[in-house]
Design a protein around this ligand. Structure first.
Ligand SMILES: *[C@@H]1O[C@H](CO)[C@@H](O)[C@H](O)[C@H]1NC(C)=O
Ligand SMILES: *[C@@H]1O[C@H](CO)[C@@H](O)[C@H](O)[C@H]1NC(C)=O
Ligand SMILES: *[C@@H]1O[C@H](CO)[C@@H](O)[C@H](O)[C@H]1NC(C)=O
Ligand SMILES: [Zn+2]
Length: 438
C-alpha cells in the first residue's frame, strides 16, 4: 500500500533540495513554458453599468485577452465577475484605458509566470519520482497519470480494472478505471470524469485522489466499503487528453480539445458544448476561435463521442454522472440549457444541499449550489444535461476551488484540502444514491 501514500522518508524529503540546486545550476531550464507568461496579469472587472459592460466587451475584442471567467464574453452583464488574463504588453494599455474610463478593477495576479512557477514544482522534478512513491499532492502529466493507472491495474486487480473506450483526436487512448468489488450480482454505477477542460488541473488531481482514498480506506471506513460493495465507479481521470497534454507542453491556459478545423486556423472544440442536447444554442459559440466553440456537429469530438457511446451503452445501471471542473466553488445540477426545473428536483436538490454542507464541514469553504442555468449561466450542449436527458437521474458538475485568487493556477499546496473536502461531498452524494430518495 506504500504506493498510495505520500513519501515521508528522509531521503525523499531531501530530494527536493537537490532538485532546487539543479534548477539553480541550470538557468536555461528554469522557466516553464519558455517564460511566455512573464509579467502577464489577471485582472478582475465587475461592470456596474450598461456602459461599463459595453466597454468590457470592447476590451475583450480590442486587447488580446484570455477570459478566465465566465467562459464566454457573451455571459458578461452588469454585476458579472469577470476575470481576464492579459499579456504584459497589452496590460499597460488596458490599465490606462480603465483608468481613463474610470472603470474599477482589481489585479488578482501581478505576474502570472511567478505564480505559475511558485505554485507548482517543475516537471523535471516530478519525473524523477518513482511510481512507488507516487505523490498525490502535485499535478501530474498525462504520461504520469496513465502509468499510475497501469500500475493500479496490475497491483489492485481485485478492485480495479482499467480499459480504453477509444482514442482521442491525436490518437491517445481514452482510459477508464472501473473501481469496485467484483460481484456476480447486478450492480449500479457512478460515472466520474475529470479534465473535460484542459487547464482545470485540479480536476484530474481529484480523480486520482478519489481512487487513492477508496483503495486506502475501504477496509477501515464502513461507508467506503459499502460504496465499493454495492456500486461500480467508472472514473475517467483525464477526459480531454490532448488538451491536457497541450496545457503541459505549450499553453497552460488551453481549454478545448485539439481537433483541427478545415476553414479556420484555430484548433479545438469546447468538449462541454459538444453534446447533443440543445446543441450550439445559447451559451455556445459557432466560431472555431472561441473558447466555447460547440464544434461542427454534435459529438464531433472523438473524446465526447467515446464517452457518449459508453454512457448510452451503460445508462441502465449508471445512477449518477459527476463531472469535475474549476473554478467557482459550485455544485451544479441540470438544467444548464434552460431555466426549467428538473422532474426529480427534490431528490437532487437535497443531495446537493447535504453534499455542500458536508464539503463545508472541514475547512468552512462555501459552495453555491443549484441548477447550472441559474447558478452559473445558461449553456447548451453540456455533458451534465446530456447525461440527465439520457436517463441518468443524478447528474452533477462540480466547480472546485477557488473563486479567483489563483484561478486555474491553484497551488499544489491546496490539492490536499481541496480534495479532502470534495471527497466528503462525493461520498455524501453516493451514500444518498444508496438510500431511497426521501
Ligand atoms: C512586447 O513589447 C516589446 C517591446 O515593447 C516587444 O519587443 C515584444 O515583442 C512584445 N511582446 C509581445 C508578446 O507582443
Ligand atoms: C488491466 O489488467 C487486465 C488483467 O488483469 C488486462 O487484461 C487489461 O488489459 C489491463 N488493462 C490495460 C488497459 O492494460
Ligand atoms: C451527508 O451530509 C449531511 C450534512 O452534512 C450529514 O448530515 C450526513 O450524515 C452525511 N451523510 C453521509 C453518509 O456522509
Ligand atoms: Zn470546466
Amino acid at each position: 500500500m506504500k504506493f498510495l501514500g505520500k513519501p515521508r522518508s528522509q531521503p525523499a524529503a531531501f530530494l527536493p533540495l537537490c532538485w532546487l540546486f539543479l534548477r539553480i545550476l541550470q538557468p536555461g531550464h528554469s522557466h516553464l513554458y519558455n517564460n511566455r507568461y512573464a509579467g502577464d496579469k489577471v485582472i478582475r472587472l465587475i461592470p456596474k453599468t450598461e456602459e461599463e459592460t459595453y466597454a468590457l466587451k470592447k476590451i475583450h475584442h480590442q486587447f488580446k485577452v484570455d477570459l478566465w471567467q465566465p467562459s464566454s464574453i457573451s455571459y458578461v452583464t452588469e454585476g458579472t465577475v469577470t476575470d481576464v488574463h492579459i499579456s504584459q504588453n497589452a496590460s499597460r494599455a488596458l490599465l490606462t484605458f480603465l483608468q481613463e474610463a474610470n472603470i474599477q478593477y482589481k489585479i488578482l495576479i501581478e505576474d502570472l509566470q511567478k505564480v505559475l512557477e511558485n505554485g507548482n514544482s517543475l516537471p523535471t522534478q516530478r519525473n524523477r519520482r518513482s511510481l512507488s512513491e507516487y505523490n498525490y499532492e502535485v499535478y501530474h502529466s498525462l504520461e504520469e497519470i496513465q502509468s499510475w493507472m497501469h500500475h493500479l491495474n496490475k497491483t489492485h486487480s481485485g478492485l480495479i480494472h482499467m480499459f480504453s473506450i477509444g482514442r482521442s483526436y491525436e490518437g491517445r487512448s481514452l482510459f477508464i478505471l472501473k473501481l469496485g468489488r467484483k460481484s456476480r450480482a447486478y450492480k449500479r454505477a457512478v460515472w466520474m470524469d475529470c479534465g473535460i477542460h484542459a487547464r482545470e488541473w485540479i480536476g484530474p488531481a481529484f480523480c486520482q485522489w478519489f481512487v487513492r482514498e477508496a483503495l486506502l480506506t475501504y477496509r477501515s471506513d464502513a461507508a467506503m466499503r459499502k460504496m465499493l460493495k454495492h456500486l461500480y465507479f467508472y472514473i475517467m481521470p483525464v477526459f480531454n487528453v490532448d488538451g491536457y497534454h497541450f496545457s503541459w507542453t505549450h499553453d497552460r491556459f488551453w481549454r478545448k480539445t485539439r481537433s483541427r478545423n478545415s476553414r479556420f486556423h484555430c484548433r479545438g472544440v469546447d468538449a462541454n458544448r459538444n453534446w447533443k442536447v440543445k446543441w450550439c444554442d445559447e451559451g455556445a459559440s459557432v466560431h472555431p476561435c472561441d473558447d466555447t466553440y460547440c464544434g461542427p456537429f454534435p459529438e464531433s469530438e472523438p473524446e465526447v463521442k467515446a464517452v457518449a457511446n459508453f454512457l448510452r451503452k451503460h445508462r441502465k445501471h449508471i445512477q449518477a454522472y459527476l463531472s469535475f471542473h474549476a473554478y467557482a466553488q459550485m455544485l451544479l445540477y441540470p438544467y444548464s440549457y434552460k431555466y426549467a426545473t428538473i422532474p426529480n428536483f427534490n431528490c437532487v436538490e437535497s443531495a446537493a444541499y447535504k453534499a455542500v454542507k458536508a464539503l463545508g464541514s472541514v475547512y468552512g469553504v462555501r459552495y453555491r449550489y443549484g441548477p447550472a442555468s441559474r447558478t452559473l449561466y445558461v449553456s447548451s450542449g453540456s455533458s451534465m444535461d446530456w447525461a440527465y436527458k439520457n436517463g441518468i437521474p443524478y447528474a452533477f458538475a462540480f466547480e472546485l476551488r477557488d473563486t479567483g485568487h489563483f484561478g486555474f493556477l491553484l497551488p499544489e499546496m491546496l490539492i490536499r484540502p481541496t480534495c479532502t473536502e470534495t471527497m466528503l461531498a462525493v461520498k455524501n452524494i453516493t451514500m444518498h444514491l444508496l438510500k431511497k430518495c426521501p
